[in-house]
Design a protein around this ligand. Structure first.
Ligand SMILES: Cc1cc2nc3c(=O)[nH]c(=O)nc-3n(C[C@H](O)[C@H](O)[C@H](O)COP(=O)(O)O)c2cc1C
Length: 216
C-alpha cells in the first residue's frame, strides 16, 4: 500500500516537473524583407503531405506566427489577419514533440500550455514536426448577432489566419496543409477549452522532405 502511494506521488511529481520543463519561447522580431512576391507565393501555394522531421528554426517559426496573426500596427494592436468587428477571436496554438504552446501576439512569444507530444490528436497521416491549431472564441462577439452568425464570423476569421499561413509558407519554401480533420473532443479536453472556444482548423507545417531526410 505504502509503495503504491509512493509510486503515485512520484508519478504526480514527475508530471508536474515535466509540465514545468516547458518554457516560454521568445520569438524573434519579424523580418519584413523575406519571402517571394505575393504573386509568386500565390503561384506556389498548395497543400503538402510529406515533411522532413526537422522542426522549423526559430526565425521561420517566429515569422510564421507573426504572419499568421501577429500585431502589424502596434499603435492600435491590430493584426495581420482581419477579424469581424476587430474582436480578435482567433487563438493560435503550436503542437511539437515537446508540447503545446499558445501564441501571445502582444508579447510575440509562445506561452507553455502542456508538455508532451500530442500531435496524434490530428491523425497520423501527413505527420509534421509542427502542427498549428486555430481556435476561435465566439464569446468575443458578445451578444451581437445570432449564435449561427457568431460561428460564421469565427470560421471566416480563422480562415483568414489560415490563408496568411499558407501564403507565408508558399513564399518561404515551407510546406503546409489546412485540415479540418482532428479529434476535437480530445483537443478541447487537453486544452481545457470552454464551450465557446471552437477548434476548427489545423495546419501541418514543415520543411519539404528531401531525399537526404530518408536516411536520417
Ligand atoms: C476548410 C478546409 C478543410 C480541410 N480539411 C482537410 C483535412 O481534414 N484533411 C486533409 O488532408 N486536407 C484538408 N484540407 C485540404 C484540402 O484537401 C486541399 O486544400 C484541397 O485538396 C485543394 O488542394 P490545394 O490546397 O493543394 O489547392 C482542407 C482544406 C480546407 C480549406
Amino acid at each position: 500500500m505504502k509503495k503504491s502511494v509512493l509510486f503515485v506521488t512520484g508519478l504526480l511529481a514527475f508530471n508536474v516537473l515535466s509540465a514545468q520543463k516547458l518554457e516560454i519561447i521568445k520569438l524573434k522580431e519579424p523580418n519584413m524583407n523575406r519571402g517571394s512576391s505575393a504573386m509568386n507565393a500565390l503561384e506556389n501555394r498548395r497543400s503538402t503531405d510529406e515533411y522532413s522531421d526537422r522542426m522549423l528554426n526559430i526565425d521561420d517559426l517566429s515569422d510564421l506566427l507573426w504572419a499568421a496573426n501577429g500585431i502589424n500596427r502596434p499603435e492600435s494592436g491590430k493584426r495581420t489577419a482581419a477579424s469581424a468587428m476587430n474582436r480578435q477571436d482567433v487563438s493560435v496554438y503550436t503542437f511539437t514533440t515537446e508540447g503545446v504552446h499558445l501564441y501571445d501576439a502582444a508579447k510575440h512569444e509562445l506561452l507553455p500550455v502542456i508538455s508532451g507530444d500530442h500531435r496524434k490528436l490530428f491523425g497520423e497521416r501527413g505527420m509534421s514536426p509542427l502542427i498549428i491549431l486555430l481556435v476561435t472564441d465566439i464569446s468575443k462577439f458578445g451578444d451581437v448577432g445570432t449564435n449561427e452568425d457568431r460561428r460564421e464570423w469565427g470560421a471566416i476569421d480563422l480562415g483568414l489566419v489560415s490563408q496568411n499561413m499558407a501564403i507565408f509558407c508558399a513564399a518561404n519554401g515551407i510546406g503546409t496543409r489546412p485540415r479540418a480533420g482532428m479529434d476535437r473532443e480530445g483537443i478541447a479536453s487537453l486544452l481545457k477549452l470552454s464551450d465557446t472556444q471552437l477548434p476548427m482548423l489545423n495546419h501541418s507545417v514543415g520543411y519539404p522532405k528531401l531525399s537526404i531526410d530518408v536516411d536520417e
